[in-house]
Design a protein around this ligand. Structure first.
Ligand SMILES: [Zn+2]
Length: 290
């Protein structure tokens, strides 16, 4: 079994054993490893719907994330509905209950990623329910394939969402993956409102079109950074750790080899009875945003 340590780790995560101290995985729990290669324990499931939000896939199995991420999403969605009544944030995949690879995503493995659909409006600017994943062009318009009608990116609501995410006390935003044109529309709107320079700087720094995946013109992908506590229990990587986030502590000694083992494995859900051999791999420096 010495070559199967990564599988053992994933098995332990799947059965929830990580919370119990073991000689092999002391202190590894919560968000473990990187967004593109990690697992998670102690996840919380986003409800099917609530005040100001609903899941894109009501029956989906991949709406599990860090409890603080789920709390931030439900709180912010509720506030959006208070401030701009009728706003419904449509929330796509988070992660599987125990993390690992899920279909359609390179990341979303360690409970720190979530896809958020953009708020939409009529071409004249009246808020409407989300038409789903539609691709917004640089002029802010998107063609809805089903209806052959155009909708507009609801820039004021998207900016309010970005502002609330970037300033949320429960989470530190590592990235808000969006296409360059969407970022430009949102940033221009924020500047025109005279928003504080520090807020603009933080928002513009975390908004980014990823280089290694789709441009994100049909949704916004939020990735939260490891908290200082999480970084001590195995959470790592996924992007820069911005200087305005609370200082991290070094990871516990001995965890690094396990993290590398997790990163080199391909955890699958549901786990096949005969697990595939772990393939050799190295820790990627940049992780996919899908
Ligand atoms: Zn995503």
């Amino acid at each position: 079994m010495n070559d199967r340590v990564p599988f053992w780790i994933v098995s332990a995560a799947l059965t929830g054993c990580f919370s119990a101290p073991t000689p092999l995985a002391p202190g590894l729990n919560g968000s473990v490893g990187m967004p593109s290669s990690g697992v998670q324990t102690g996840a919380e499931e986003l409800p099917v719907r609530g005040k100001g939000f609903e899941r894109y896939r009501p029956q989906g199995k991949h709406h599990w994330g860090r409890p603080r991420l789920v709390n931030a999403l439900t709180r912010i969605a509720s506030e959006m509905d208070d401030e701009l009544p009728g706003s419904v944030l449509v929330i796509g995949d988070l992660a599987a209950r125990h993390g690992g690879k899920i279909p359609g995503h390179a990341s979303h493995r360690s409970g720190r990623d979530v896809d958020l659909l953009f708020y939409a409006a009529t071409p004249a600017g009246a808020p409407i329910p989300s038409p789903g994943f539609v691709r917004f062009e640089p002029d802010g318009l998107a063609l809805v394939p089903d209806t052959r009608e155009y909708v507009r990116l609801d820039v004021p609501r998207v900016w309010l969402l970005v502002k609330k995410l970037v300033t949320a006390p429960e989470i530190g935003v590592q990235f808000l993956f969006v296409s360059r044109p969407v970022e430009a529309l949102v940033s221009e709107y924020a500047r025109s409102r005279g928003e504080p320079l520090e807020l603009l700087y933080h928002a513009q720094t975390v908004m980014m079109q990823p280089a290694d995946s789709l441009p994100h013109d049909d949704h916004l992908h939020l990735r939260i950074a490891c908290s200082p506590e999480e970084s001590q229990s195995g959470c790592s990587g996924g992007g820069p750790y911005w200087e305005w986030l609370p200082p991290l502590q070094p990871a516990q000694t001995g965890s690094q080899a396990l993290l590398e083992a997790i990163a080199s494995d391909e955890p699958l859900e549901p786990l096949e009875p005969s697990s595939p051999e772990p393939h050799p791999g190295s820790l990627p420096l940049a992780s996919g945003a899908d």
